[in-house]
Structure formats: structure tokens, C-alpha cells
Design a protein around this ligand. Structure first.
Ligand code: NOJ
Ligand code: CA
Length: 712
């Protein structure tokens, strides 16, 4: 069992102030502030600013960047379950200003070190009539801002309910936005590029009202918006604990938006059941001069609390192979029988492949009892293996070869069934020395919505229990990312968007999908896209009827193989799958890139990118750089300057679309080249439609310098 510094989440400094846990000197509000003069919090660099004011007793905020208004005066506050409001006719009691500057080391992630430097302001409000207190804390960084509400400890507010959070997001224009629809159960939708007034679109599966007839939010977060050519904004939330997820709904058709909390299912207008003191999640605003700067921003992590797990030595991110793609492609089944994928022998084959290639983990979906026909994943047994799977033998066989077996728990949305077994199951996995669990929540959660307060708490309970049993968690159909992996770094990945599985049994993800995800969903944190399909158009000869009815229905991946390779330096995932079947990797020279690519990084740069069009990212691990360039459905040539390299000569191993590569007729062709490069080299990356270009760059030895040609 591992130990926690805290068992519940820690309160941050300001929340501690509000809860009366930290001694603080409030400055009384000046007469001007009390009567509506803005209180400004500026970023350390001065450009980004958050402003607060009270207008006739109503709190409002705005965000500016230099002379530009990013968000105009927008409402704040709450409607509580007893019919009262907080932020309706409030007075300003005092303010508290501070500067926070720390440098912290993530257990794993995009960088070895992260600086968190901001100015903060806490304002204390008292509601006339009820005398209830509400604090609002702002933190303003050079790469954006955040605010959260804190309900302080107070005599007039103990247990309470939230009917509505009144936070608005008032845009100044009908800007271009990249959005996906709000849905209380699913985030597996394609994003669309539209004006804000059309954001979210309407998906054929989306029911725009819940069962009580209430309007469902229009848009999920993160929502990415182009404010101007040199100003991009992403609206999201950070540190979501014990509170419903935030979706956004249009105010009078838009472009302005308002917070729409996910309701508690079947509980009328009730969205949250809380007890003061309580800090809400942060409302987070990532700002960049380019879309790529949004990707580089650590703001969401910086708005989260430090690591709560004392000993993190057992958290070991890594790659995995396994029995997965062939099930989705219909060659094998999750269900016991002649086509079962997770047999002892199949899994051992994957283990042999992993061992031969230095891949630390193997996953076998369907290893356990309880998979039944008809897509009902509900009655699973997370303890007993299926009759064709010898769990202890597999675990030992793997361990002898330096590989570890990852557990899989598909709850099918049956939380009651999962919670009944989870302690025993996780204790078993710990006893077996398993490193982690891929969880799944396919389907509806009977009594709850996936993203309501109860489910936020369920997902968090799983993270806590996993930490106690030294297990990493990679959740599919998860709660959205809000940066909590800073606090709980055993939460190494989540799916949280349409993964590559859709390419196995639906019309699939268009090529631009992977050019939108990094600028939207991935701003929320690590993301398990399950990349790495090498045989792009593979359809197994014998496809037994599977749950998806995909019996040789011609579905395929809509990129080239080089694009699949180049995804690895782009996508961040603490558990990163090499998703294709081992026989498609064996004997290919380009598998070298997947074998070498790490999953955790010392440094990350966005070299260039436009949302939905193209992207080049470079990540460093030790002295090696891994560079991935991707394009959408258009062929294009990208110039990739290697200015991030240090001094000296390097060898660039290039894995790219070949001249003969074609998305439709020859997507698997990859050309491998090696050259000498240095910081002044600019590589021309020729990308086919749906194509990609990956470079592994390592310091050159004397032999390399003698044997290889400089890049021309
Ligand atoms: C959906 C997950 O996203 C997928 O990876 C998994 O194979 C299935 N559920 C079954 O658990
Ligand atoms: Ca999924």
C-alpha cells in the first residue's frame, strides 16, 4: 500500500485562507472598489489581466490581453437549492493580493520542470440578506488566467445545494471556434470549426434535452477560440473534484456562453451537493499568440495542487502492446469461445514481442470473466480470469521476460458492480505486482451521467484506491481531463475523445481529427488515442460476427502509416499503446521509431501548427529529440527548422511518407533515411494527403560523422 500526504484533496493557499485555515490580512475594500471600480490582477509580464468589479451588488469579471478585450464583463455567482443567490446583491468586504512563484517537477509528462508564476487576488463578498460569504480567487499568469469560487467556513452556510452556477463567458464577436457538442455521457464526437454561434453543432446521436426536458449545454470544454490572428483562447476548467463537469450553453444563441453544470440524474435542478468550506474547480482561460502556444501552456496543471502521493517511485509510464486491434477489427472476440483474443497463448505471443522490443507492458482485453454477447459489458468479474486465460502463468511468464501485464476493467457503466469488487480486485492486482489498469465506462451509467458530481467522485475514488494499491489508471470513457494528474500522477491517461477504435468499426475519424485534438481535447491533459496502426487498410480474412457488426465492412484508418508514426511525439499519454497487431510491426524498419520513442519528456516545443491543418511538435528526452509532423487531408511540404538542437552534430533518423505513398492506394509506404543535422538544419517534410513525417534525432558519434551524409 502506498501512503498519501492527504486523503481528501488539499486546499490551495487561497482556499485555505477562505476556510480560515491560513491566517490572512484582508485589506478592506476602498470606497471606489466597493462602488464598482475594477480590481485588476495583472500577470507577472503585465500583458494578461483579469478584472473584477461589483455592479449593483453583482460580481463580474473580464479578461484582457494588452489593449484587447478577450472576454467582456461577464456575470458570476450561484443560485442555491434554497432559492437564494450568491452574487445578487453582495457587498465587497475585502481583498487579498499575493504573488505565487514556484518551480515543480512533474512525476512524468511534457517537461522535467514547470514554472508556475502568477499574481493572485482573492475578493471576499457578503450577500445582503443572508449574510453569506463568497470568496473569488483570481490567478493570472503570462499564459492565461483562472478564477475559482470558494465557499468559506461560515455560520450561515453548512451543507448546501447548487442549482446553478451563473458564470458567463461574454465574447466580443462571433469568433471562429473549434468545439465538440456537450453531452452528459459522451465526449466521443468529432470537433467542428464554426463561428461561436454555431459551436457544438448538433450531432445525430445528441438528444438536446435531458429526461427532465432541461436544455443540455451546447458545447463541451476545452473550447478553443481564435480571438484574433495573434490571440487564441481556450476555455476550460482545472482541478475538478466533488463538483459537476462544466459544459457551456449559448446566451440567446451566442456568441456569448454561460456555464451549464452537468445535473445529477433524476434530481431535478440539483447540480451539486456541497458542504462549506469548498473551493470549486477553476474556470481556466489559456491564452496564446498562436494556437501552438496553447499546447505549450502548463496553465491547467499550474492551477492544480501539488502531488499528493508521497512515494511515486512505482509510477512508471510506458508503452504497451496487446490483444486489442484484432478484437475491434473483428478477428477475435472479448467473449469466451473459439475466437477469444485474450487466451494464455495469444497473450504470451504479445509478451514475447514486447520482450524482444523493450516494451514494458502487455494488455489483454477480455482476460476476465463476464464478457457476454450483445455488447452487454455489465456483469463483469474483475477477479476471475476467463477459462482460457491462466492469469498467474501469464503474469509470471511476462515478469520472467522483463514485461508486466496490465489489467483491464470494462465496467460497461455498471458502477455498482465495479465498486462492489474494486477493493478485492485492486488488492489482487497489487499482490500480483501489476503496474496498472485500463478502465472503461462504455454505455450509460444507469443512475448517473458520466460527468455529474457523483461520477466525478467515482472516477476520483478509483484514482485514490489505485494509488493505495500502487496502480496506474488509464480511463476510457473517462471524466474529462482537468490537470489532476499533477496531484495524482498515477492517473496516467484517459481516452476522452474519439479514439482510433472508430476507424475499426465506423466511417472513422477524418485525417484532420488528429490535427484538431492537440489544440482542443489534449489541452485538458494526457490522451489515450491508441495510435500506431501500421497496416492501414487491414481487414482480417476471417471476421467472426462481432458486437459492431463490422464483418469486413471496409472500415479503415484515414491516415498514412507515417502519420501514425508521427503521432507519438504529438500525443501525450502516460500509457501509450502500440495498437496494431505484432505481426504488422515485425520486420518493418520503421518500427524502430515506435521502439525508441519515450512516453514522458524533458521538454516540449510546438514548432508550427494551424488547427485542423498541420502541426509539427518536437519533444526531448535526455539528449534525443523526437519530432512529429502531421497534415490533414491535404498534401503539403513543411519546413522543419531544428533550431531547438544544442551545439554539435546529430543523426536524424527520418520516417516519412515515400514518393509513392498515397492515402487511398498506398498508405503503408514509408521511407526511412538517415542524415547528419545540426541546429541550423531545416528539414523539408513532404507529406502525402493524410500524411506524416517523424524524425528521431540523437547525438552523432565519430563513426556516424564519418559514415553519414549531411542533410541537403
Ligand atoms: C471502449 C474503449 O475505448 C476501448 O478501448 C475498449 O476496447 C472497449 N471499450 C471495450 O472495453
Ligand atoms: Ca472509447
Amino acid at each position: 500500500m502506498s501512503r498519501y500526504r492527504i486523503d481528501r484533496r488539499t486546499f490551495g493557499k487561497a482556499a485555505g485562507i477562505a476556510a480560515g485555515m491560513t491566517a490572512v490580512s484582508w485589506s478592506p475594500a476602498t470606497a471606489a472598489e466597493a462602488s464598482g471600480a475594477p480590481i485588476t490582477t495583472a500577470a507577472p509580464g503585465g500583458l494578461v489581466q483579469a478584472h473584477f468589479r461589483l455592479q449593483q451588488g453583482k460580481p463580474q469579471y473580464s479578461i484582457t490581453s494588452g489593449a484587447r478585450t478577450v472576454l467582456d464583463w461577464s456575470a458570476m455567482g450561484f443560485e442555491l437549492g434554497d432559492g437564494s443567490r450568491l452574487g445578487d446583491s453582495a457587498e465587497l468586504l475585502g481583498t487579498h493580493h499575493d504573488e505565487l512563484d514556484e518551480t515543480w517537477q512533474p512525476t512524468w509528462g511534457s517537461a522535467a520542470e514547470v514554472r508556475s508564476h502568477c499574481n493572485s487576488t482573492v475578493v471576499r463578498l457578503r450577500e445582503t440578506g443572508t449574510d453569506r460569504l463568497l470568496d473569488i480567487e483570481f490567478r493570472v499568469f503570462d499564459d492565461g488566467a483562472g478564477f475559482r469560487y470558494v465557499f468559506p467556513q461560515q455560520p450561515n452556510l453548512g451543507d448546501f445545494e447548487v442549482f446553478d452556477e451563473l458564470t458567463e463567458f461574454r465574447f466580443t464577436d462571433d469568433h471562429t471556434a473549434w468545439s465538440s457538442p456537450a453531452n452528459y455521457d459522451s465526449v466521443e464526437y468529432l470537433h467542428t470549426e464554426t463561428p461561436l454561434t454555431a459551436a457544438g453543432g448538433l450531432h445525430e446521436w445528441q438528444e438536446p434535452r435531458d429526461e427532465e426536458g432541461e436544455h443540455i449545454g451546447d458545447v463541451a470544454t476545452p473550447l478553443t477560440v481564435r480571438i484574433a490572428e495573434d490571440c487564441y483562447l481556450a476555455v476550460h476548467e482545472a482541478a475538478l473534484f466533488n463538483y459537476p463537469g462544466m459544459t457551456l450553453t449559448k446566451i440567446d444563441g451566442g456568441p456569448s456562453l454561460r456555464c451549464a453544470l452537468v445535473p445529477r440524474k433524476g434530481e431535478g435542478r440539483r447540480k451539486a451537493i456541497l458542504r462549506a468550506p469548498f473551493p470549486t474547480p477553476w474556470r481556466a482561460f489559456l491564452l496564446g499568440r498562436s494556437a501552438g502556444e496553447l499546447i505549450e501552456s502548463p496553465l491547467v496543471l499550474n492551477l492544480n495542487e501539488p502531488c499528493a502521493i508521497e512515494d511515486t517511485s512505482w509510477i512508471a509510464p510506458g508503452k504497451f502492446v496487446g490483444v486489442w486491434w484484432e478484437i475491434h477489427k473483428g478477428r477475435n472476440t472479448w467473449i469466451e469461445g473459439p475466437d477469444l483474443g485474450a487466451t494464455t497463448e495469444n497473450t504470451m505471443r504479445c509478451i514475447d514481442f514486447a520482450a524482444a522490443n523493450g516494451i514494458p507492458y502487455v494488455l489483454a482485453e477480455g482476460w476476465n470473466k463476464g464478457w457476454t454477447t450483445g455488447g452487454d459489458f455489465g456483469a463483469q468479474d474483475f477477479i476471475r480470469p476467463n477459462d482460457q486465460f491462466d492469469l498467474r502463468r501469464v503474469v509470471d511468464y511476462a515478469r520472467e521476460r522483463g514485461v508486466n501485464f496490465l489489467a483491464h476493467n470494462e465496467t460497461g457503466g455498471r458502477i455498482d458492480n465495479y465498486e462492489r469488487q474494486i477493493d478485492e480486485a485492486f488488492a489482487l492486482y497489487e499482490e500480483l505486482g501489476l503496474p496498472g489498469v485500463k478502465t472503461g465506462y462504455a454505455g450509460d451509467i444507469g443512475p448517473h451521467y458520466h460527468h455529474d458530481q457523483s461520477m466525478v467522485n467515482h472516477y476520483q475514488r478509483v484514482i485514490h484506491k489505485a494509488a493505495k494499491h500502487r496502480l496506474m489508471i488509464n480511463a476510457h470513457e473517462p471524466i474529462k481531463g482537468t490537470g489532476i494528474e499533477r496531484t495524482f500522477p498515477n492517473f496516467v491517461s484517459r481516452e476522452g475523445a474519439r479514439g482510433i477504435e472508430y476507424d475499426a468499426w465506423s466511417q472513422g475519424n477524418p485525417p484532420e481529427h488528429t490535427l484538431i485534438l492537440p489544440f482542443t481535447v489534449m489541452l485538458a491533459g494526457p490522451f489515450d488515442y491508441t495510435p500506431g496502426i501500421f497496416d492501414i487498410t487491414w481487414f482480417p480474412e476471417q471476421s467472426p460476427d462481432d458486437d459492431h457488426g463490422s464483418d469486413n465492412d471496409g472500415t479503415r484508418v484515414h491516415t498514412t502509416r507515417a502519420h501514425q508514426i508521427a503521432l507519438y511525439p504529438v500525443l501525450l499519454s502516460g500509457l501509450q499503446q502500440l495498437s496494431d497487431v505484432p505481426e504488422h510491426y515485425e520486420g518493418t524498419p520503421e518500427f524502430e521509431f515506435l521502439r525508441e520513442v519515450p512516453v514522458s519528456w524533458d521538454e516540449t516545443r510546438v514548432v508550427q501548427g494551424e488547427i485542423g491543418d498541420f502541426l509539427t511538435m518536437a519533444r526531448r528526452s535526455g539528449q534525443s529529440w523526437f519530432v512529429g509532423s502531421l497534415t490533414d487531408e491535404q498534401a503539403r511540404t513543411l519546413e522543419v527548422p531544428l533550431h531547438f538542437l544544442g551545439a554539435g552534430a546529430f543523426v536524424a533518423h527520418v520516417y516519412a511518407d515515400a514518393p509513392e505513398t498515397d492515402l487511398d492506394t498506398n498508405p503503408n509506404a514509408v521511407r526511412v533515411d538517415r542524415f547528419l543535422v545540426h541546429a541550423g538544419t531545416v528539414v523539408r517534410a513532404e507529406l502525402a494527403r493524410g500524411g506524416g513525417h517523424a524524425i528521431r534525432i540523437v547525438p552523432a558519434s565519430d563513426e556516424d560523422t564519418a559514415a553519414l551524409q549531411p542533410y541537403k
